[in-house]
Structure formats: structure tokens, C-alpha cells
Design a protein around this ligand. Structure first.
Ligand SMILES: Cc1cc2nc3c(=O)[nH]c(=O)nc-3n(C[C@H](O)[C@H](O)[C@H](O)COP(=O)(O)OP(=O)(O)OC[C@H]3O[C@@H](n4cnc5c(N)ncnc54)[C@H](O)[C@@H]3O)c2cc1C
Length: 487
């Protein structure tokens, strides 16, 4: 069977990999000149480096993401250190573990900056929060997370220390915008996974750049399996005849015939593609409600070590200005002879994204100097501001359940992408890829006369390949600056 996958982001690449492993002929059509979609590295001549477009972190329960990394041979490049650190202005830090004693301390209101009677209020509010997340009252999707926290009496100090950061970090959006149901569902999913696996859900990070983690290994699998990858192929419509998909039409007018089509474009690109699909109005209406959320990330190349104590640190009270700082020396074992790289993240950066690069850099350096004594005299060697106006989508109150299913009314057509329904209420594009892979392989997307092919999965030997550099040799045994770059 010939399957066309539209969109070469994580969802499209995961779908293509699993379909080719299952023995199907696959053509992957990508609008841009390279694969990766929203997870890419970007060459930066000024400092001779290839930083990412923004820090990506993953929950340990993202099982489909881990399966994708297994398929492309890069699972070994994700670390789950089991802790992160909250940093206060002035430099005091508090390392928090996921689960265990730290989890218990947090459950009893022992959070940074939470003192006196606020501790008791926090315990009471957290008990209500868990009970309501499990019970799922009908009004949960009518209110924002901010309103929910106020209803259950969560003290502002506990919100600053933990809860607002959790909502922003996991939903990607502000508490005043995100539906309360999104963090509630996430909490329940996380608890269920933790009980099922007897391990608390933890946050992990890539120890290599995003191209190496997601793309280079996938390209090797595509080459080995004969997947045809066509760059700069913009699909303008998915073609349907008599209720079955027949292929796609490209912007130039060419058509590509297919027995099945996986449409893995982002939510903001779906309009127009499915005009021939019965019921497309409902999908377009859902897409219109999932509005884009901006993320501003900065790759700050500094002249010195600012003294981070953990791989990732959350700045207490830094929402909207500088929420998280990532130490690429600790995370990537980066060579810091020439400079030190600190990546920063501001999710839901609706205001910050309007400012100039110079203003953003100045604001963030001001924050670093306030929170890190070691940054007081630090000089910026280079600042690389990355604005992603459409990093992910907002799930406002009233949008629960509107993310469309991967299955469509058309035989042979499935949707994939972070905005389609996955078991995580936030993004998990490979999750959607896994679903479409299974649907196609079972014949459940309804292609006529299709029989499930034998699952073929040759071992993929992974070599650390950099597309724009020659080679990275990793050395794990010599302290903080542990990688040698061979150019
Ligand atoms: C800075 C940043 C940080 C993030 N951090 C995290 C994180 O920590 N954890 C997390 O889980 N998620 C995170 N995300 C979100 C995550 O990156 C996305 O959810 C994920 O990459 C989406 O993958 P996708 O395949 O669904 O869509 P995309 O990556 O957008 O891929 C879709 C592809 O389709 C192509 N396309 C569009 N239209 C057409 C067309 N007509 N024809 C052909 N091709 C087309 C596009 O060019 C694109 O390559 C972050 C995103 C950003 C930007």
C-alpha cells in the first residue's frame, strides 16, 4: 500500500517511520526545505554553533515519544535526572525531586517561599485540587486555571512557587487563559502513569541538539527503508472520491496518488486542505478555537559560568519575563572554552514577543543578574533570540474534547499532529503518529482491499550525525565541559 504523509514534523516523521517499519511504501511531503517542523536546530555563524529553536523537555510518561526515539536510535540521548531547581531572587535555591521525599514535602506545603499559615492553606488547597481533578466536576472546563486556583484557595505564594509554573510549563499557556481542565487532566494522567509504572512522572531533557535527537536518525531510517522524502512540496488539498481518499494535490497542481493519506500539518495550516472531506467544517471549527501560543527562547552566549546548580532552574516569579534557564554545559556536555551557553524559555510570551531583540536580551540579563550572583559581571558574547509565535495551541475554557480524533469519515484518511486527540492532554505528536500507524496497519482507516503487512523492523544502528557539522564525539567523564566537537 502507498501512504502519503503530509508534514515532516514529529507527528509526520513518526507516522512515516512506523508505516515503513510495517512494510508500507511511504512518501513524505514537507512544505519546507528540511524536516523537523517546530523542533529544529539553527546554525549560528556568529558563534559557530547550532543551537535549538527552543528548549524541549519531556515527561517520562510520553511513551510514544520514547518509542519514536527507539525507532530512530536516539533514546540514549534523553536524560531523566529526577530533579529540577527553583531559584529565588538573590540566588537561594531549592532542588525539588519528582516524587519521593520532595514530593511528600510539597504535598505538605513545604514549598520555596511558602511560610506560616500559607502552608496550611496550601495543604488544604492541594487536597481539594487533587480531589476535583479526580472527580472532574462539570464546571472544570468552564473556568480558567487561575479561577480554579482561587476557588480552591491556593495561596499566591504556592502558586508562585509551583502551581502557576506547572500550568505554564505543561500547557504552554498562562493560568488566566488555560482551561482548568487541562492541568486537571494532566495531573490525573500523570498519577495514573505513576501508579501503573510505580515510578513518579519525571521531566527529561535531550543531551544533544534537536536535529540529532529527532531528525538525523529518522532520515537514516527513511534512506534505509526507501521512504521518498520530498522537500518544498506544499499540499493544497487532500483528494477524496466516493468517500475514499485518492491522494493529494500540490500547490503547483501536480497530484500524488495514494491508497492512504496521513495529514500531519499544524492546526493553523489545516484550513483548505480538507475541503473535500465530509464533516470538515467541524474540524475547521475546532481548529479555529485552538489559538496559537507564542514562546520566546533566547540562546545567551556569555563570557563566564553563572553558577547554575542544576540542569534546569525555574526562576521564582519570572513568569512572562524569564521562567526557565537551561545550562547547556551540564545538559549537552558542551565545550565551554569559547563561551558558555544558557538557553532561556518564556512560554505564553504574548507581551515579551512584541519587544526588540535588544530589549529582550537586556530584560533577561537583568533577571539573570538578579537571580544568579555569578552573573553580576557577565558579558553577553552573543544573544540569539528565537520567537515562535505559534509554538503550540491554547486550550481555553470550553474547548475540552474538541481536539479531533485521528480517524476521519473518509476511507484511507487520518489526521496526526499535536492538536489531534492524544492520551496526554497536551502535545504529544508521536502519540498521534502511533495511533495513525495502528489505524492504517489494522486497515481501520478503511482502505479497501488492504491486508496488514508483516511488521518489518530491522535494527537501526545509530551514529551521531550532524547534518551541518561533521561529527560530535561525546566524552562523559571529565566534569562539566564534557564534549569535544570535531569539525
Ligand atoms: C520553542 C518551543 C518549545 C517547545 N517545547 C516543548 C516541550 O518542552 N515539550 C513538548 O512536548 N512540546 C514542546 N513544544 C511543542 C512541540 O514542538 C510541538 O508540539 C511539536 O513539534 C509539533 O509537531 P507536529 O508534527 O504536530 O507539528 P509541526 O512540528 O509543526 O510539523 C508540521 C509540519 O507540516 C508542514 N506543513 C504544514 N503545512 C503543510 C502543507 N500544506 N504541505 C506540506 N507540509 C506542510 C510544516 O512545514 C511542518 O514541518 C515546543 C515548541 C516550541 C516551538
Amino acid at each position: 500500500m502507498h501512504v502519503v504523509v503530509v508534514g515532516g514534523g514529529l507527528a509526520g516523521m513518526a507516522s512515516a517511520i512506523w508505516l515503513t517499519e510495517a512494510g508500507h511504501r511511504v512518501t513524505l511531503l514537507e512544505r519546507r526545505g528540511s524536516l523537523g517542523g517546530r523542533t529544529i536546530s539553527m546554525p549560528l555563524a556568529a558563534v559557530d554553533d547550532v543551537p535549538d529553536n527552543g528548549q524541549h523537555v519531556f515527561a517520562s510518561g510520553y511513551e510514544h515519544l520514547m518509542r519514536y526515539l527507539d525507532s530512530v536510535g536516539t533514546r540514549k540521548f534523553v536524560e531523566f535526572p529526577g530533579h529540577m531547581t527553583v531559584r529565588m531572587p538573590g540566588g537561594a535555591t531549592r532542588r525539588s525531586g519528582f516524587g519521593g521525599i520532595s514530593g511528600l514535602r510539597a504535598a505538605f506545603g513545604d514549598l520555596p517561599g511558602v511560610r506560616g499559615v500559607d502552608r496550611l492553606r496550601t495543604v488544604r488547597a492541594q487536597t481539594r485540587l487533587v480531589a476535583q481533578a479526580l472527580r472532574q466536576p462539570a464546571w472544570l472546563d468552564d473556568v480558567t486555571a487561575d479561577e480554579w486556583f482561587r476557588r480552591i484557595g491556593m495561596p499566591q505564594s504556592a502558586r508562585d512557587a509551583l502551581w502557576d509554573g506547572i500550568v505554564i510549563g505543561l500547557t504552554g499557556d498562562k493560568t488566566e487563559i488555560s482551561s482548568a481542565k487541562v492541568p486537571a487532566d494532566l495531573l490525573v494522567t500523570g498519577m495514573r502513569r505513576a501508579i501503573a509504572t510505580r515510578t513518579p512522572v519525571s521531566i527529561g531533557y535531550p543531551s544533544v541538539d534537536l536535529d540529532t535527537l529527532f531528525i538525523a536518525g529518522a532520515e537514516k531510517v527513511f534512506a534505509d527503508h526507501g521512504v521518498e522524502v520530498r522537500h518544498r512540496a506544499v499540499v493544497s488539498s487532500v483528494n477524496v472520491t466516493d468517500g475514499a481518499v485518492t491522494g493529494v494535490t500540490l500547490a503547483g497542481g501536480d497530484t500524488v496518488a495514494a491508497d492512504a493519506v496521513i495529514c500531519a500539518v499544524p492546526v493553523w495550516n489545516i484550513r483548505g486542505l480538507l475541503d473535500q472531506v465530509p464533516g470538515h467544517e467541524a474540524i475547521y471549527a475546532a481548529a479555529q478555537q485552538l489559538t496559537p501560543v507564542p514562546i520566546v527562547s533566547v540562546n545567551l552566549y556569555l563570557d563566564r559560568d553563572i553558577g547554575m546548580t542544576d540542569w534546569g532552574e525555574i526562576l521564582y516569579g519570572g513568569e512572562g519575563v524569564l521562567e526557565q534557564v537551561w545550562d547547556r554545559q551540564q545538559m549537552h556536555g558542551r565545550d565551554c572554552t569559547a563561551n558558555y551557553l544558557y538557553s532561556t524559555t518564556v512560554s505564553a510570551s504574548y507581551e515579551l514577543t512584541q519587544k526588540s531583540n535588544a530589549e529582550i536580551t537586556e530584560i533577561q540579563m537583568g533577571m539573570l543578574r538578579r537571580y544568579f550572583p555569578g552573573a553580576a559581571a557577565a558579558q553577553v558574547v552573543h544573544s540569539h533570540v528565537v520567537r515562535m509565535p505559534k509554538s503550540t495551541f491554547a486550550q481555553r475554557p470550553g474547548t475540552a474534547g474538541i481536539r479531533p480524533d485521528q480517524r476521519t469519515a473518509v476511507r484511507g484518511l487520518a489526521l496526526a499532529g499535536d492538536w489531534t486527540r492524544t492520551d496526554w492532554t497536551v502535545v504529544c505528536p508521536p502519540g498521534s503518529g502511533a495511533v495513525v500507524g495502528a489505524l492504517v496497519s489494522r486497515g481501520s482507516v478503511g482502505t479497501r482491499g488492504f491486508r496488514c503487512a508483516r511488521r518489518v523492523r530491522p535494527p537501526v544502528r545509530y551514529r551521531t550525525v550532524r547534518r551541518r557539522r561533521s561529527r560530535v564525539v561525546r566524552r562523559r567523564d571529565s566534569g562539566r565541559c564534557r564534549a569535544d566537537r570535531v569539525r
